[in-house]
Every structure is written in structure tokens, then in C-alpha cells.
Design a protein around this ligand. Structure first.
Ligand code: GLN
Length: 528
């Protein structure tokens, strides 16, 4: 592809938006540049399960018509165009879209074609965002590495022998590798924030209920939330702005007005940094957990010191039930998943084996359609919900969930937001945690409690440890996305000159080499 085309992919979405309005390039050129790069370099990354060039071209041409019309009408019309107009977007493979496949990373949904658009897909289309395709993920969003995808894992653009995090690892890797400017993920226990961290991009889980889940293939309905990835906070905020707000088709989506997130995120670094003055930021001692890599702890503490140096007051806080987050989550999430996944019966969706009576078909379809992690979760969940154990496990877990939320409520009486590590470790090598589910589950120790409490959490890159990205998590009060975005933007502003900000993911040159092999799990004979 041309150097100019490649240059376009390196812009942030807000720079792309400016260039489109100025007529420096067209949406079609922008989208072609991204599709060319994705086609040329995804062989070694496997961030995408599906790319839809014809549809992306049509949408890009629509965007160019809207731009041309606004240009005719004058500067006010141009300024009123949505920030996402013409911007290349990736969707996690669990977002249902009309006429396109969505497998949620599972064999059981092979061949399923969406009969309608998810609410967020409608919103992105209406705003002129150009969806390029669907990104890889752990099966039904169960995992922290994409190694549970039925279609083979995604590589990490910083080291192709390592995981990108998960479950939304394809979206994080696609944004990090410049295949799209922004992408959608979902976060049930960390699945946006943890891969954002591991790929060195920005990711946000909004407050539970901020974004409609209509048309999102469900994992655990009381925890799932849709959110954005971007290479900077303004880009993630623009995507959140596009998808947030009430939708009558999801009764858990909130009727609260959605603030103008971009309003508080100035381009000017000094103005952006000024929000830190006098802000009270809580540092929870329980989040510097056993098993945290020293380099990760060091980067996060440096980030906190930088925030303090810019005028924030750092307050030591305690979230005493943090330790129970993992156990609570691994009762509630599998319980809800076991109910949600009962609908994959071989009759209504996708994969279907019919070689016997109804029960035989059901067993054959589910037995061959679900992977081992999904089966493990279904067994955990049905066990926890069974008559004899319901009170001992599920009801108990719900009570502990209330205590976890109460910890945050108490902390937020003293502080405006909480800052913490996102993940205790940098990206790990393929296979490192695959044989030990509990080791895999520990990847989310710092993110799960936020889902249990329904709060918004943002992860922003804060440097490298051993050459791999580290993330700073900013947790807010419910519905306080605007504030945590401002804190994230302020952190970008005060570290704008840091050396690590100038680095590109170190494996991009390998992706340019056509002989680079697809990522694969240790022991796998050939890529799935
Ligand atoms: N890694 C966690 C799990 O496996 C969280 C996944 C998620 O947020 N979707 O359940």
C-alpha cells in the first residue's frame, strides 16, 4: 500500500475528522487505507474474523456525500457533523448486524447471519461511522486472552508470541495495529480494560446501563456492558458518545441524559491538565495485589505520582472486599451464562447436528458446538443455581456483591475517582495460563469488582514494562464517565512528551512480512 495511505491510518480519529472536514482526503480514501492495511497485515495478527469491504465502501461513499453536502452549506454545517462520520470502526464479533455473520467466537454460531442491527450498530451507522467488520474474541467473551476463540487466537501487536488480552482482544489489537481508529468491545469482568492495557490503547467500560445491550450476544446480563476502544481518550469518548443513551428495547439502559463527553476534553494540553488541580484521587491499597509484576506496580505508581505532581491529591483508600471479587464473579457470571447459553439448542441459531431425537440432537449440537471453557462455565453455573446449592453459592455471592459495591460507595464519599492498575501483569505468552483456569481468572483481579458494582472504569496506557504496555485504571462513580474521561485526558496531557508515547507496537514490522505465521497456541499443529 502507498505511504500516504499508511500515513492516514496513523492519525487519531479526531485528526481524521479534521482532515475529512478540511477536504485533505475522502472517507473512501481513509477506509481504503484501513482495509488495505488490515488485508495486508492481519495474516500474522488474526484480529478480524470478518471484513466486509463492499459494505464499508458503500458507507464511506455515504459519508463523503454528507461531507460534500455540509461543505456546500458552510462551516456551521461542517462543524455540526458527528465526530464519527467516515471513521473506520471495528465491532466485536458478538455485535449482531443485519446480513452479516456474528459468531461470538463460537463454533455453535457458525453460519449465523444477523436478522437485525444491534442498537449500537444503528447508532454507529446513523453517525456515519464505517464498520469494517467483526473482531476476534474469546468464545462468548469468556476469557482474558482470545485463546478461547474457536477460530484461533489473536496476536499482540507488541509481541506476536503473546496474547492481546481478552475477551475483546481482537478489537484492542485491531486498534493498536492501526486497522481501525476505534472499536467496540464488551466488558463483563474486564474484557475491554484488560486487552486495552495489554495492547497499549485506551478502553472504557461505562456504567452498567449506559449503553444498550440490544443485539449484543449475552454472556452475563447483570455484568455485561458495551464500551469503546481508541488510541486516545478523545477517540474513545467520541465512540462512547455515539452509542450511549436510552434504548427502549433494553430495559436496563438508563434514561439519564448523556452529557457531551467531548466538551470536557480539550486539544490543548494545559487546559486538559488543569482539571487535576484539587481533584481527590483514591489509591486502593488492595489493588497492588500479590502476583503483580514489579514493573507494572512501578509504572502505575509513577503515573499516580505524575497526577499528584499536576495538582491532584492522592488519598489512601481501602476497598476491603476486593479479595472476594474473583470468587463472587465466578459464581454470578457462570450462573447467568448458563441461563443465557441455554438458547443454543441447534434449532434456532447457527450450528446444528440432527441425527437422532430431540435430546440427541441437542446433546450433539451443544457437545460439538461449545468449547471447553464455555462448558466449564455452564457446569459451574448450573451447579451454583441448582436447588441444593442456590442459597449457599448464588445468594451468598449476591450478598458479597452488595458489600463490594458498599466499599466503593464509602470510598467515593472521600474521593472523586479511584486510580489503580488495570491488570496485574503485562501480556503473557500464548499457553502460559491455558492449563490453569484460575491463573487465567486472576488476570481480571483489578477489573472484576468494578463490574460487580456496576461502575465506569477507564484504562489508559501509562508506559512499558519489559517492552510491553501497562495500563492505569481510573474508576468513577456511577454515571460519572465524563469525569474519568477528563482524568484520562489530563494524564495524556501531562505525559504528552514521555518517550514511550512515541513508540509504535514493536511487532508491526513483522506483520509487514508476508511470511509471518498466524498466531497459534502451543501444541496446535496448524492455525485453527
Ligand atoms: N476474563 C473474564 C472472564 O473470563 C472477564 C470476561 C469479560 O469481561 N467478558 O469471564
Amino acid at each position: 500500500m502507498s505511504a500516504a495511505g499508511r500515513g492516514l491510518t496513523r492519525l487519531s480519529a479526531h485528526e481524521m475528522a479534521r482532515g475529512l472536514r478540511a477536504g485533505d482526503f475522502s472517507a473512501r480514501e481513509l477506509v481504503d487505507a484501513h482495509l488495505d492495511l488490515a488485508h495486508a497485515t492481519d495474516h500474522g495478527l488474526h484480529a478480524w474474523l470478518f471484513l466486509d469491504d463492499p459494505r464499508a465502501h458503500a458507507r464511506a461513499e455515504d459519508a463523503d456525500r454528507r461531507l460534500a453536502e455540509a461543505r456546500r452549506q458552510g462551516p456551521a454545517a461542517l462543524a455540526a457533523l458527528p465526530p464519527l462520520l467516515g471513521i473506520p470502526v471495528g465491532l466485536k464479533d458478538l455485535v449482531v448486524t443485519r446480513g452479516q455473520p456474528s459468531t461470538a467466537g463460537s463454533r455453535i454460531l457458525r453460519g449465523f447471519v444477523g436478522p437485525f442491527d444491534a442498537h449500537i450498530a444503528e447508532r454507529i451507522d446513523a453517525a456515519g461511522g464505517v464498520v469494517l467488520g467483526k473482531t476476534n474474541m474469546d468464545e462468548f467473551a469468556m476469557g482474558s486472552s482470545t485463546e478461547h476463540s474457536a477460530w484461533g487466537p489473536t496476536g499482540n501487536p507488541w509481541d506476536l508470541g503473546r496474547v492481546p488480552g481478552g475477551s475483546s482482544g481482537g478489537s484492542a489489537a485491531a486498534v493498536a495495529a492501526y486497522h481501525c481508529a476505534v472499536a467496540i468491545g464488551t466488558d463483563t469482568g474486564g474484557s475491554i480494560r484488560q486487552p486495552a492495557t495489554m495492547c497499549g490503547v485506551v478502553g472504557m467500560k461505562p456504567t452498567y446501563g449506559r449503553v444498550s445491550r440490544y443485539g449484543i450476544i449475552a454472556f452475563a446480563s447483570s455484568l455485561d456492558q458495551v464500551g469503546p476502544f481508541g488510541r486516545d481518550v478523545r477517540d474513545a469518548a467520541a465512540l462512547l458518545q455515539t452509542v450511549a443513551g436510552r434504548d427502549d428495547r433494553d430495559s436496563t439502559s438508563s434514561p439519564l441524559a448523556v452529557p457531551d463527553y467531548l466538551d470536557g476534553l480539550p486539544d490543548d494540553d494545559d487546559r486538559a491538565a488543569s482539571v487535576l488541580r484539587g481533584l481527590r484521587l483514591g489509591l486502593p491499597r488492595e489493588y497492588f495485589v500479590a502476583g503483580m509484576e514489579p514493573g507494572v506496580g512501578a509504572r502505575v505508581r509513577e503515573a499516580v505520582a505524575a497526577l499528584e505532581g499536576a495538582g491532584a491529591e492522592i488519598v489512601d483508600v481501602s476497598l476491603p472486599h476486593t479479595d472476594y471479587g474473583l470468587a463472587t464473579y465466578y459464581i454470578i457470571a457462570p450462573a447467568e451464562a448458563s441461563a443465557n447459553l441455554a438458547r443454543y439448542d441447534g434449532i434456532r441459531f447457527g450450528h446444528s447436528l440432527r441425527d437422532g431425537d430431540v435430546l440427541a440432537n441437542y446433546l450433539a449440537t451443544r457437545g460439538s458446538g461449545f468449547g471447553p471453557e464455555v462448558k466449564r462455565r455452564i457446569m459451574l453455573g448450573t451447579y451454583a443455581l441448582s436447588a441444593g446449592y442456590y442459597d449457599a453459592y448464588y445468594v451468598k455471592a449476591q450478598k458479597v456483591r452488595t458489600l463490594i459495591k458498599a466499599d466503593f460507595d464509602a470510598a467515593f464519599e472521600r474521593v472523586d475517582a479511584i486510580v489503580a492498575p488495570t491488570s496485574p501483569t503485562v501480556a503473557f505468552p500464548f499457553g502460559a495460563r491455558l492449563q490453569d483456569p484460575v491463573a487465567m481468572y486472576l488476570s481480571d483481579a483489578c477489573t472484576l469488582p468494578v463490574n460487580a458494582a456496576g461502575l465506569p472504569g477507564l484504562s489508559v496506557p501509562c508506559g512499558l514494562s519489559e517492552g510491553l504496555p501497562v495500563g492505569l485504571q481510573v474508576i468513577g462513580r456511577a454515571w460519572d464517565e465524563a469525569r474519568i474521561l477528563r482524568i484520562g485526558r489530563a494524564y495524556e496531557a501531562i505525559t504528552a512528551d514521555a518517550d514511550w508515547r512515541a513508540l509504535e507496537p514493536s511487532s508491526l514490522p513483522a506483520l509487514d512480512d508476508p511470511s509471518t505465521e498466524p498466531p497459534r497456541l502451543p501444541g496446535a499443529a496448524s492455525p485453527a
